[in-house]
Every structure is written in structure tokens, then in C-alpha cells.
Design a protein around this ligand. Structure first.
Ligand code: FEO
Length: 397
């Protein structure tokens, strides 16, 4: 890769991480990028850095535009270490005039790197700095997705540098949204939202409302991961609006893990009933479906039908993992049902139902339990409940 001019005298100077596959539990089979941006004006400004292992790549790409020592300001939009890991070494090399961050950003930088000698300049929403022919306006986006998070807007360029917001974990040699397959791009953006931002949906709504009411015009969004939006800005903003409003399709997810295939037989019978009602169904066997992919499917599914066998008076381990991950991401407005096979206690199904209720799912009927192996009548009950859930999904549309 080389540095890429994304607007006149504004450059992508980040790094592509082709080989990373996991982001604290979120599977990223297509790798990712750590995007950093350099603006050349009377002042030279760098926005965010990269993971510390990619410092040399960052320096290489900066060096293709300007000598690193010429950087005047470093803006830290987000302190998480995939964007600030290289910062301490870079500051030693660059010796910038200012390290610009939010108040929470300064606190987080001190807690990460313990350097109180850096030339911090703390900014808040509404603050701006002139760098010559351009202005940088700062918008704090606390809890999108860390307390320190902020975005930088350059009105003369209609450019929003959006840190994690609008990002995707997708390593590509292309830099722009119109250079890749749009379906794949939107899937990656959806997966990112589902696994990183879903629990901050209210904050996303607030931000979108503020952007609308301020009349800010944006014709490019440059996130800290993945592709830069220039031809589909409206599409991704509309998708963020839909996702953060928890808008759902006539779609149901059947999620399960099974010991001896009995719970699996029930899962398939539920799917039959849902399909019979004309609802789109995704069946996710947790022994082959990653939690991050399940969350991606769950984002726009109205119903989640969740099953587990009972083991050791509880659920199967992968079910516990999935439910804990799901609960943390706070899905909202879902219809739910619990099911499973058991031998004697049946606590696994109760556990699933309790977790779905804690997540405020609207539960359709009592948990459906079957002793050992389902009979044809048991499977018919599953299909019938699937139909009932399918009807509820359709009524919600
Ligand atoms: Fe890409 Fe929250 O760091």
C-alpha cells in the first residue's frame, strides 16, 4: 500500500492489517485497517495513529507525503490502542506542537501512557482551530464507543473524520466505497455496528439528530477502519439511522446448541413453522456459527428463538457465551422464545428464557421443553409455536 490522497492535500497514511482475525471476541476473517489521515496546510495535522506494531508502516506512509518531523498537530480522536498504540513513539519522533484531544481523551491517554509532559490541548464540542486555509471543528461523541471518542469535521472539505463510527473491519487495497462491492461493504459495516455500536444506539440517534439540526454538510466520511465513504454517504447514514432505531425485517433467527441432536431437531421444526408464515429465517448452530456473525444477523431480525440442551443443571457453554455477548450489546424490541431438550432437570431452557427476559424480549409462550428425544407430536408443537412467532413478526411490520 501507499499513502492515498483522498482530497486535495489530505492523505490516508494508515496501515492495512491483513492477518488479524479477532477483535476482543469479534471475528474479523477479512482483517482490518487502521486509518490515519494527514492534512497539509499552513499547519500539518495528523488524525489518529495505528496499532504500535504498525508504526513503521505509518512512518513510511507519512514520509511519502511529508517528513514526519514536519507534523505540527496530532489529533487523537480515539484512544483505544488500535489507534493510539503508535502514538508514544510517534510523539518522540515528531515532537508535535500540540496533541489535541477531548478532556476524556487526555484522561485516557494519561492512564494508558503515563506521560504528563506531552503538549496536550483539550478541546470540546464546538471548539475549532484554524490550520491555514482550513478549520477543524471538534464534535465529542462520548460513548461512541469510548468516553474519549470524538470526531473532527473540516467544513471547507465537507469531510468528517469519524474515528470508529461508520467503520468496517475489512482489509482491502482499495480506499473508497465505490471501488469495492457495495453489498460486501454494507455487510461489513452492519457487522461492525452490530458488534461494536449496537449498545450505543441511543447515542447514535442523538448524534444523527445533532448533525441534522446543525445543517452540517458532509460529502466524505473517513473512518478509522475500512473504506472511506464518498459515493454512499447517504446510504451509510441512513443505515446507521435504521440500525440505531432497531428497525427490523420480517426475519427470525433460530439459535441453538445441541448435545445429541434433539434440540437441533426442535430448532429445525421451529424454522419450518416460521418459514410457513413467510418469515425469512436464519438458523445458527453455535457449534459452527461465530457469536459475531450471529449478532450481525440478529441486528435486523425481529424474533430470536433460542435453544439449548441442559447440561450440569445449566446451558451448553457456547449458549452461555452467546447469551452473555448478546446481553452486553443490548438488542432492543425483539420477540423471543426458548426451547430445548433435557433429561431430568431442564434448567438449561429456564436459563435461556430468563436471559431473554432480562434483555426485555417480548416472550411468546412458555419455554418449550422436551424430555430426551422429541416425538412427532413434540416437533409439531415446535412448528406450531414457530408459526405463532412468525405471525407476531408479521404483525410487527
Ligand atoms: Fe478501532 Fe475503538 O477502536
Amino acid at each position: 500500500m501507499t499513502s492515498t490522497e483522498i482530497k486535495n492535500d489530505i492523505f490516508w497514511v494508515g496501515a492495512i492489517d491483513w492477518n488479524v482475525r479477532d477483535f476482543h471476541g469479534y471475528s474479523i476473517p477479512s482483517g482490518t485497517s487502521y486509518n490515519a489521515y494527514l492534512v497539509k496546510d499552513q499547519k500539518t495535522v495528523l488524525f489518529d495513529t495505528v496499532k504500535k506494531e504498525f508504526l513503521d508502516t505509518l512512518l513510511l506512509h507519512i514520509g511519502q507525503v511529508v517528513e514526519p518531523e514536519k507534523i505540527d498537530y496530532i489529533v487523537v480522536n480515539h484512544v483505544e490502542m488500535d489507534h493510539s498504540g503508535a502514538l508514544p513513539m510517534l510523539i518522540d519522533i515528531v515532537k508535535p506542537e500540540k496533541v489535541i484531544c477531548s478532556a476524556m481523551g487526555k484522561r485516557a491517554l494519561l492512564a494508558h501512557y503515563h506521560r504528563d509532559d506531552w503538549p496536550y490541548e483539550v478541546v470540546a464540542t464546538g471548539d475549532s482551530i484554524d490550520i491555514g486555509s482550513r478549520t477543524i471543528k471538534f464534535i465529542e461523541t462520548r460513548m461512541l464507543h469510548w468516553p474519549d471518542s470524538m470526531m473532527s469535521y473540516i467544513p471547507q472539505e465537507r469531510l468528517l473524520i469519524s474515528q470508529d463510527g461508520f467503520g468496517q473491519h475489512w482489509a482491502t487495497s482499495e480506499r473508497f466505497d465505490d471501488e469495492v462491492d457495495l453489498g460486501e461493504l454494507m455487510y461489513q459495516a452492519k457487522k461492525y455496528f452490530a458488534n461494536i455500536l449496537m449498545l450505543y444506539s441511543n447515542t447514535v440517534q442523538k448524534l444523527l439528530g445533532e448533525v441534522r439540526s446543525s445543517g452540517v454538510e458532509i460529502d466524505m466520511i473517513a473512518p478509522d477502519h475500512g473504506l472511506i465513504w464518498r459515493s454512499h454517504v447517504g446510504d451509510i447514514v441512513q443505515s446507521y439511522d435504521d440500525w440505531s432505531l432497531h428497525k427490523c425485517k420480517a426475519k427470525a433467527l433460530v439459535v441453538y446448541d445441541t448435545m445429541w441432536h434433539s434440540t437441533e431437531m426442535m430448532a429445525m421444526a421451529f424454522a419450518e413453522g416460521l418459514e410457513a408464515e413467510g418469515v425469512s429465517v436464519k438458523v445458527c448452530d453455535l457449534s459452527v456459527s461465530h457469536r459475531a456473525d450471529v449478532m450481525t444477523e440478529l441486528l435486523d431480525a425481529k424474533a430470536v428463538v433460542f435453544g439449548s440442551s441442559t447440561i450440569n443443571n445449566s446451558v451448553l457453554p457456547r449458549v452461555a457465551d452467546m447469551l452473555a455477548y448478546m446481553k452486553g450489546l443490548r438488542p432492543a424490541g425483539k420477540i423471543g422464545a426458548a426451547f430445548g431438550s433435557y433429561g431430568w432437570g431442564g434448567e438449561g431452557v429456564k436459563y435461556v428464557a430468563a436471559m431473554l427476559e432480562e434483555m426485555k424480549f417480548e416472550m411468546i409462550d412458555e419455554p418449550l421443553k422436551v424430555v430426551y428425544v422429541p416425538t412427532a407430536d413434540d416437533l409439531a408443537r415446535c412448528t406450531e409455536l414457530g408459526r405463532k412467532i412468525g405471525q407476531a413478526v408479521k404483525e410487527s411490520q
